[in-house]
Design a protein around this ligand. Structure first.
Ligand code: AMP
Ligand code: MG
Length: 413
């Protein structure tokens, strides 16, 4: 394999090595957003019998050929009752939503279409459409029917269905164990004494949050210094995990020992350059048990590389079919310069007007300026072959977390 790849080839390479990592059985209460690894069948008919969809009267449609018609009320049926009687001609049963429809009746008339006449008599004002407002037995679920397939993402509705079929425990795809290591002699840890000459370690935490946003609690291995010995020790520790994320030390500086040290530890490197900005010096390697992503030290580059390469890999390992961020067409509020040869990700905020979404860059796009990422709603994709985009041009953005919710409700009033 070439060591320098276009982004799409780097993504396929990573995904080929990021296979689902086994299954586990968990409590239904903990299963939100996990991916089902089993087929789920219904263990009952639901509803168990024909039930009323409305509060009203269960009637025989044939009695309502001429309306208004007065019927004798012979029963009062609530949800949970098991009516034994058979309703005869010119009779009806008062019935509540969810209650079983009694023998002899074929239609429910809503209470709004009736008028009380006496304690045991009701006047029906409308003619009946046979079967109306009855929910049929098994309309929701049928015994033995496959209701959920392996690979389904468990959302709140799915979780409700699992409860319906009494799946108190479910088999889901396992989540990979992820470790994060920062590297650099200049780095100051979160709890280290303040030193104005140092660079605070932001990457460990920004990466941690990106991993957490995918539902995984990573382990922070701290900071490795730029020496082969310290790196060897910390990298060895990291290779015990399913996935190791290392930030910094991936360039070609004389103190960038990450790649040679990984190779000494038996990691097979698949690529170490990707035609993207920010994030050009990003590397990926594997051992039999572990995957290593070497992310650039610049905080924005590290986060953008995570989005493009690590997040899809982790999602693939967790069994999701949807691996990539949702994209959306937008118009550009201002020009963006670009030279062909790499894909560029511009941090933007989105606003909406009558013509759709408008994307405005979040200020300095230097890969060292983490605020540009902190403020962003989305990453605007400038394609490889682009010679630059003008204000008003169409482009695609990848939506980052948080913007699936919007401040106004769009077209719904
Ligand atoms: P490197 O990739 O090691 O050459 O680092 C590139 C730039 O990113 C340098 O300015 C580093 O100080 C900075 N950097 C590296 N690691 C981190 C980190 N964990 N947190 C914040 N900045 C970092
Ligand atoms: Mg460094």
């Amino acid at each position: 394999m070439k060591n320098s790849l276009p982004l799409n080839e780097a993504q396929s390479c990573v995904l080929q090595h990021a296979m689902p990592s086994g299954t586990e059985q968990i409590d239904l209460l903990q299963s939100l957003e996990r991916v089902l690894a089993q087929e789920v069948r219904s263990n009952r008919d639901h509803p168990p019998c024909d039930i009323s969809a409305m509060d009203g009267y269960a009637v025989r449609a044939a009695d309502l050929n001429i309306v208004p018609a007065q019927l004798l009320i012979v029963a009062d049926i609530k949800a949970g009752d098991l009516p034994m009687l058979t309703v005869q001609a010119r009779q009806c049963a008062r019935i509540m939503t969810g209650a079983p429809v009694p023998q002899g009746t074929d239609t429910v008339i809503r209470v709004e279409d009736t008028q009380a006449v006496a304690a045991d008599k009701v006047q029906i004002n409308v003619s009946a459409q046979t079967g109306k407002d009855i929910r049929r037995r098994g309309e929701n679920l049928r015994t033995d029917e496959v209701v959920l397939t392996a690979g389904t993402e468990i959302n709140p509705g799915t979780l409700g269905i699992l409860a319906m079929v009494k799946a108190a425990e479910v088999t889901v795809q396992r989540r990979p164990r992820v470790a994060i290591l920062s590297s650099g002699d200049e780095l100051e840890g979160l709890h280290d004494a303040f030193d104005a000459n140092k660079i605070p370690d932001a990457n460990s935490y920004a990466l941690m949050a990106q991993v957490q946003a995918l539902g995984i609690q990573p382990t922070l291995l701290g900071i490795a210094r730029d020496t082969p010995d310290d790196l060897r020790e910390k990298l060895q520790q990291g290779l015990q995990y399913d996935v190791l994320l290392v930030s910094g030390g991936t360039s070609v500086g004389v103190h960038d020992f990450v790649r040679p040290t990984l190779e000494q530890l038996g990691v097979q490197m698949h690529f170490w350059r990707v035609h993207m900005r920010p994030g050009h010096p990003v590397a990926f390697g594997t051992t039999a048990a572990s995957k290593v992503f070497c992310l650039p030290g610049n905080p924005v580059s590290s986060m953008v590389c995570f989005e493009q390469l690590v997040a899809p890999a982790l999602r693939n390992m967790m069994g999701y079919a949807r691996l990539f961020r949702r994209t959306l067409p937008v118009r550009l509020a201002q020009a963006v310069a670009h030279r062909p040869g790499h894909v560029e990700f511009v941090r933007v905020v989105l606003s909406r007007d009558a013509d759709g979404y408008l994307a405005t860059p979040t200020g300095s796009q230097s890969s060292g300026v983490l605020l540009s990422m902190a403020r962003a709603d989305a990453l605007l994709i400038v394609p490889n072959e682009s010679k630059g985009l003008a204000a008003g041009d169409q482009a695609m953005v990848q939506i980052l977390n948080g913007t699936e919710f919007e401040q106004d409700n769009g077209s719904i009033v």
